[in-house]
Design a protein around this ligand. Structure first.
Ligand code: SAM
Length: 348
């Protein structure tokens, strides 16, 4: 008789009571098997590894006012949370297009959404930069609603191999499209002191841009290649050694966040992509078409605000948001990553 006993698989070993590194979080990375554990983590105000909690869902759906039979675009698919909610509003009639530059996460999200029953009759997913919004559909077709939820997903931030976070050690990569551009490590090799300083100021309003750029340039001059996230955060930390003890830890954390953000914006050409998207958007919207955009830092918000205002003044948009809409205090409590989000909208 065949031995039908299942081979015993030992659980991943980690020190202490809770997993700390990304790889140890095997339960969070398999929500389909460990649904209860994952729900507990979300209740505690944390984002489980490998997941993204969608922001301002209620506010976005209220504004977009999606009706069955409409055609829409999710310009930043990510984990597919917003996509799923928008699909529910279509009630199986109409079509949703969803795009993302990130090939790695896109494949996982496609499978997840297919398993939930969202097939090609209702949903088309493509790997595409939203700067190419005019390439999503065949010519002449227009969108009734568009959503862009800018920046990075929690899956990207939390995976050390992608190099998006200074909190975990990993290669200094930071590419949204893993085949799209050069890595942040290679970009740093190319940039001069002046260019690094300008990048930190232009992309992140970094108050210590001069000191950080100087420290990076010094390492390079000594022939040291900056190839890991830990190396870069250590350089930022050393550059801020002059800050008084009681303020230093907080200042270093903020400067690390801004330095990584500035590099990410630089290598992924994020401002150019957003500008291209905003410029093409009006011609891709149907009459009365609605667009909602979520931003996460002042540079992005400024671009969106100015574009909406300009097209409103030119009579292209009939109405735009007067003020930004922010996630509720309850949402920020449950999902601290929502804190910096700002939503703006426009109607053609
Ligand atoms: C905040 S996440 C979106 C999360 C998603 N709304 C959800 O509910 O799961 C932002 C996503 O935008 C993608 N992205 C960033 N810039 C992009 C661009 N220029 N074109 C297309 N996708 C982009 C990122 O790869 C990331 O997956």
């Amino acid at each position: 008789m065949e031995n039908q006993e299942n081979e015993h698989v030992r659980r991943v070993r980690y020190k202490g009571t809770h997993p700390k590194s990304y790889k140890e979080k095997y339960k969070e990375l398999q929500p389909e098997i460990y649904a209860d554990d994952v729900a507990k983590i979300i209740q505690k105000g944390k984002t489980p590894a490998g997941m993204h909690i969608s922001i301002c869902v209620k506010e976005i759906l209220e504004f977009l006012d999606i009706q069955p039979n409409q055609i829409g675009l999710d310009a930043t698919l990510g984990f597919g949370g917003h996509t799923q909610e928008m699909l529910k509003c279509l009630k199986n009639e109409g079509h949703l297009y969803a795009i993302d530059v990130d090939k790695i996460e896109l494949a996982k999200t496609r499978e997840r959404l297919e398993n939930l029953g969202f097939g090609s009759n209702i949903l088309t997913i493509q790997q595409l930069n939203f700067a190419n919004i005019d390439k999503v559909m065949s010519q002449g077709k227009k969108f009734n609603f568009v959503l862009a939820d800018l920046g990075v997903s929690s899956m990207q931030i939390d995976n050390p191999e992608r190099g998006f976070s200074f909190k975990y050690n990993g290669p200094l990569d930071l590419r949204l499209d893993p085949e799209g551009s050069i890595t942040a490590a290679d970009k740093l090799k190319e940039l001069s002191y002046m260019e690094i300083k300008e990048m930190l100021i232009n992309n992140s309003d970094e108050p210590y841009a001069e000191q950080i750029a100087h420290a990076i340039a010094k390492e390079k001059k000594e022939g040291i290649e900056i190839t890991t996230t830990n190396q870069l955060s250590q350089i930022v930390s050393n550059a801020l050694a002059f800050i008084p003890n009681n303020e230093r830890k907080k200042a270093i954390k903020k400067s690390c966040q801004r330095t990584f953000q500035a590099l990410r914006i630089e290598i992924n050409n994020e401002y150019d992509a957003l500008y291209g998207f905003l410029e093409k958007l009006p011609q891709m919207l149907a009459p009365n078409g609605r667009v909602a955009i979520l931003t996460f830092h002042s540079g992005e918000d400024r671009l969106v605000k100015n574009s909406f205002k300009q097209f409103r003044n030119e009579g292209v948009y009939s109405e735009i948001a007067r003020d930004v809409i922010r996630p509720s205090a309850e949402e920020c409590y449950v999902n601290p990553r929502a804190h910096s989000a700002k939503m703006r909208w426009a109607i053609k």
